[in-house]
Design a protein around this ligand. Structure first.
Ligand SMILES: Nc1ncnc2c1ncn2[C@@H]1O[C@H](COP(=O)(O)OP(=O)(O)OP(=O)(O)O)[C@@H](O)[C@H]1O
Ligand SMILES: [Mg+2]
Length: 237
């Protein structure tokens, strides 16, 4: 099982968009997928309820935003034993306790960032703090990478951040452009990987480095028919 945490303390950076697209990609690749929504806004929960109406590959969604009375937190956040992938959609500006809880679960961390100097600065600080937190606790190593999201023409904005990430040895994985396709996908509870490939050709190309990076941090390989197609790198349980 691989747990992917999509996180940034900054609001509106694309956490839910990337988390839901990842979950739908995994599910469409026949992997048993759980989406854990730690955000009280419940955007991932809502996305999945729309999804259910369209008969798409099933994703189990867990509302992790509040502690439920009458059950232990461990039980509340438990996933079925057959789960292949867990995707965590983090809220903006979470408390320390929730951050520690999410970090303890993560095998891989994806940090989306939008191209505004304010967001880039705040995200650099956040990544630095995450690194310190992870170095401070003795647990399995966690891979962390950054995804530039809603990128428009001026890609030079990310250069100072790329230099900074280089110093921290955090890879800059890919750039996802600002595209209406993501909004159209949400409307139908879909991910872009479930849309007609011709209509999302450039978006799929931009996702490929992230697909490969996640697969490279997963250990056991399993063959899957879906993986004969470009997204096949995900067919690892
Ligand atoms: N690559 C993209 N192209 C176009 N629109 C996008 C893209 N990524 C995200 N969006 C849109 O930007 C808005 C914010 O994205 P999203 O909700 O994923 O961010 P978030 O980090 O989860 O926000 P929050 O911190 O409020 O949870 C949404 O309306 C979403 O549809
Ligand atoms: Mg969100």
């Amino acid at each position: 099982m691989q747990t992917v945490l999509v996180i940034n303390s900054k609001g509106g950076s694309g956490k839910t968009t990337i988390a839901s697209n990842l979950a739908s990609l995994f599910a469409a690749s026949h992997l048993n997928t759980v989406l854990m929504d730690f955000d009280p806004q419940g955007s991932s929960l809502h996305w999945n309820s729309v999804r259910d109406q369209h008969g798409l590959a099933q994703i189990k969604v867990i509302d992790a935003s509040q502690v439920k009375s009458g059950m232990t937190r461990t039980f509340q956040l438990s996933v079925p034993p057959t789960t292949d992938r867990v995707v965590i959609d983090a809220p903006a500006g979470m408390c320390q306790k929730m951050l520690s809880e999410m970090l303890a679960k993560a095998d891989v961390i994806v940090v989306p960032v939008v191209p505004s100097p304010i967001d880039i600065h705040a995200t650099s600080e956040f990544i630095y703090e995450l690194k310190l937190m992870m170095n401070g606790c003795r647990r399995k190593p966690v891979a962390m990478g950054v995804v530039a999201n809603r990128v428009r023409r001026d890609r030079s904005l990310y250069q100072p951040m790329q230099r900074f990430l280089g110093e921290l040895q955090v890879p800059f994985i890919t750039m996802l452009t600002d595209s209406d396709r993501y909004i159209q996908a949400v409307e139908h509870g879909m991910g872009i990987h479930e849309m007609s490939p011709q209509s999302v050709r450039s978006e799929l190309r931009q996702w490929l480095p992230l697909v490969k990076w996640l697969a490279s941090h997963n250990t056991v390989s399993v063959q899957s028919p879906v993986m004969a197609r470009p997204l096949g790198a995900f067919a690892q349980r």
